[in-house]
Design a protein. Structure first.
Length: 309
């Protein structure tokens, strides 16, 4: 999906993709901090596969304009909503850069199909398609391989993240990526700590010209669980540790028995983090689960047993 370049100049649009839990929001937060340091006021379009936008709460800042596209995938079923959001931002604040973080089950080629016509019409520059790749996750593992490969194929830059969790050499990781995308720039990283300037400069060489339509809505589901009360930490951690293999990602906010304030929850197949939110922050107690099809009631029932008292 390479060839040619889009016209330069005008507002900047940067697309960030990558599979669930790879580190997209971590990279986005670093990019936004850089924009703030440079005195610009960035805009973000946050795509959530479910009906609750967790990541907008995570990156919330009064200097930031955020629009959320929820309840579907921006590469297919929610593509029109993405187009409307990009158009609105370019027309109402053309001097402010735009960052699009796709849901982890999105194919970036579908995102490009939505954004390129608007960028041409509004004389905007797509600086790049950045795909964050979890280097600790072998491509041959599981039946998500096709989607991960599609994401890598559409990248100008691949951030091979979580290098601290792998035993493979840097050369082996690069070889694995090059077999799929021989021309993308590759940055090996821990916590997405890379040279950010390479992401926000230049013009994408990616074009969504492949005829294949990839719709991920049929392969993945999103469940929104709302705990009714404070959770017993040991029971909740046990629930997180015994989730079925179909579950790919859990994120959200909870209240814990005997502990003050909200806690951010980030779960990946390799582990989980429960982190205190800043004092005084109020949000809904909610957990978003993204998985392959499974029994929603079984999952919800297990969480209900974690409610204290």
């Amino acid at each position: 999906m390479k060839g040619g370049t889009l016209p330069g100049g005008g507002p900047r649009i940067t697309i960030i993709g990558g599979f669930l839990g790879s580190g997209k929001t971590t990279l986005l937060k670093s990019l936004l901090a850089r924009e703030f340091d440079c005195g610009t006021q960035p805009q973000v379009i946050m795509s959530e596969f479910g009906d609750f936008d967790v990541d907008s709460e995570v990156i919330a800042d009064e200097r930031l304009r955020i629009m959320a596209v929820t309840s579907g995938c921006v590469c297919c079923s929610s593509r029109d909503e993405l187009s409307d959001a990009v158009t609105s931002m370019l027309q109402t604040a053309p001097d402010r850069p735009i960052f699009i973080e796709t849901t982890g089950v999105a194919d970036p080629s579908g995102v490009l199909q939505a954004v390129i016509p608007i960028a041409r019409q509004e004389d905007a520059t797509i600086t790049g398609v950045v795909v964050v790749y979890d280097a600790s996750r072998k491509l041959e593992d599981g039946h998500d391989r096709h989607l991960v490969e599609r994401q890598l194929m559409t990248a100008d830059i691949v951030v091979a993240n979580k290098y601290d969790l792998v035993t493979d050499s840097m050369e082996e990781i690069e070889r694995r990526i090059r077999a799929i995308n021989p021309v993308a720039r590759i940055a090996i990283a821990v916590h997405c700590d890379i040279d950010l300037e390479q992401i926000t400069q230049g013009t994408t060489a990616c074009f969504a010209t492949q005829p294949e339509e990839v719709c991920t809505d049929d392969e993945y589901i999103s469940l929104t669980l709302r705990p009714r009360g404070r959770l017993d930490r040991p029971s909740f951690e046990s629930w997180l540790s015994t989730l079925p293999v179909e579950v790919l990602r859990v994120k959200g906010f909870v209240l814990l028995e005997g502990e003050a304030g909200f806690f951010e929850v980030q779960w990946f197949p390799a582990g989980y983090e429960i982190t205190p939110m800043p004092s005084g922050r109020w949000m809904d107690a909610v957990l978003v689960v993204i998985s392959h099809p499974l029994s929603a009631e079984s999952l919800a029932s297990g969480l209900r047993h974690c409610v204290a008292g």
